[in-house]
Ligand binder design. Structure first.
Ligand code: CAP
Ligand code: MG
Length: 430
């Protein structure tokens, strides 16, 4: 009797069924292991198999086996029967396709690049509550990027100081104030106090500008605490909650999607910790997959990068991430993206943030167009004339792009923008 049966999971003649999940992996076999042997192990251990032949193997098991059906160089496609997966349980999906296989000795490197989710799988998920259109109606803003900023320095302000900076941000024309990913409820800035002070400042800014204003207050904590904080936000008339979705974990984000939806709260998803697993091009999980998972679960928006700012992510990656969130259907891009039809799942906003300032706004809008959330934080608070002038300079930069004129041209009549260009020009932080 053979020791193992991994080759039973490899079939280059196999053609996937319409209701099967398809995964694209990048893989490198360990020394002495062929690509077929490695592929068999990946398909086997992420579905029904194990390292050795078994005494008893009920025939129906065959129908549950995943099949490695395409091996092109170091690129592998595997088809997974629908019956393997619990309806509506994205956490279980990760246990399968992002589980043990990443630790196999026979695989030197493995990267989960993307997955095609069939309608038969997607229909068990609700997706985003509002969709981009719903967010735009909620914010009464339809013809430009939505804008926001995090008070900087990231953490250290009292709740009152934080809210006063928020007021200046709103008065400069921005739509949102955002907590930083590491600001939750610290001794010097308690969540409850921040809600109280920001609510006061929001009402004042809305009264004085006549514009709809909002904020992404960070509720990240254990799930029960997140529920209590979401209740507080809804009670104070807010329409958003922010969650660090990677560190909070897929299970709690699923719970909070429904909880926030019932409260009428959109979810702003920060992706802190994503770079621990998506930056290495040979091992880990891509941001494409994370963005897809979060749209499926139902966040309203998630960070997708700038290509020109201080954090990693190429122009191509950023563009692909925006499509994953905004498009009804996406086509295959070799070695990067599998085709996807989202069916009734609503859209989500890409969020561009990280080292941006007014001088980089045209670069970002050239990539994204106007369908995004643009977060410029250090890039407004660092303005020579302060936060409100920095926000005004950013709005002027957006106007310049929409009018098709250069920033320098616009700055002739826009002193805040001139001030920003004077300090940063078109500097790309690194
Ligand atoms: C940006 C930011 C965001 C990053 C997250 C920061 O501040 O608040 O957390 O953009 O990265 O803490 O760095 P600045 P990403 O605008 O002052 O740089 O968007 O890539 O997920
Ligand atoms: Mg931050």
């Amino acid at each position: 009797m053979a020791i193992d049966w991994y080759n039973a999971f490899v079939d280059p003649t196999y053609r996937p069924e319409r209701d099967e999940l398809i995964c694209l992996f990048y893989f490198e076999p360990a020394a002495g292991i062929t690509k077929e042997e490695a592929a068999g192990r990946i398909a086997s251990e992420s579905s029904t198999g194990t390292w050795t032949t078994l005494h008893t193997l009920p025939p129906r098991m065959k129908d549950l086996q995943a099949t490695a059906y395409s091996i092109e160089g170091n690129w592998l496609k595997i088809a997974y029967p629908l019956a393997l997966w619990e309806e509506g349980n994205a956490v279980q999906l990760l246990s399968g396709i992002a589980g043990n296989i990443f630790g196999m000795k026979a695989i030197r490197n493995l990267r989960l690049v993307d997955v095609t989710l069939p309608q038969a799988y997607i229909r068990h998920f609700k997706g985003p509550h509002f969709g981009m259109e719903g967010i735009r109606s909620m914010m009464k803003c339809h013809d430009r990027p939505l804008t926001g900023a995090v008070p900087k320095p990231k953490i250290g302000f009292s709740a009152k100081e934080h809210a006063e900076i928020g007021y200046e941000t709103w008065m400069g024309g921005f739509d949102f104030v955002k907590d930083d990913e590491n600001l939750t409820s610290t001794p010097f800035n308690r969540f409850e106090d921040r809600v109280k002070w920001l609510t006061k400042m929001r009402e004042r800014a809305e009264r004085e500008t006549g514009e709809q204003k909002s904020a992404f207050l960070n509720i990240t904590a254990d799930t029960e605490t997140m529920k209590k904080r979401a209740d507080l936000l809804a009670a104070a008339g807010w329409n958003y909650a922010m969650i660090d979705v990677v560190v909070a974990g897929t299970a709690s984000v699923m719970t909070m999607r429904d909880y926030c939806s019932d409260l009428g709260l959109a979810i702003h998803a920060h992706r802190a910790m994503h770079s621990t697993f998506d930056r290495n091009k040979r091992h880990g999980i891509t941001m494409q997959f994370l963005a897809k998972l979060m749209r499926l679960i139902g966040v309203s928006q998630i960070h997708t990068g700038t290509a020109v700012g201080k954090l990693t992510g190429s122009k191509k990656e950023v563009t692909v991430l925006a499509d994953i969130l905004r498009e009804k259907k996406t086509g295959e891009i070799e070695h990067m993206l599998l085709e996807q039809d989202w069916g009734n799942i609503k859209t989500a906003f890409p969020v561009s943030s990280g080292g941006l300032h007014p001088g980089l706004v045209p670069d970002v809008l050239d990539i994204y167009g106007t369908e995004l959330i643009l977060l410029v934080s250090g890039g407004i608070h660092g303005h020579p004339k302060g936060t409100r002038a920095g926000a005004m300079a950013t709005m002027q930069a957006i106007d310049a792009w929409c009018e098709g004129v250069t920033l320098e041209e616009k700055a002739k009549k826009a002193k805040e923008l001139a001030g920003a260009l004077g300090k940063w020009g078109h500097y790309k932080p690194k």
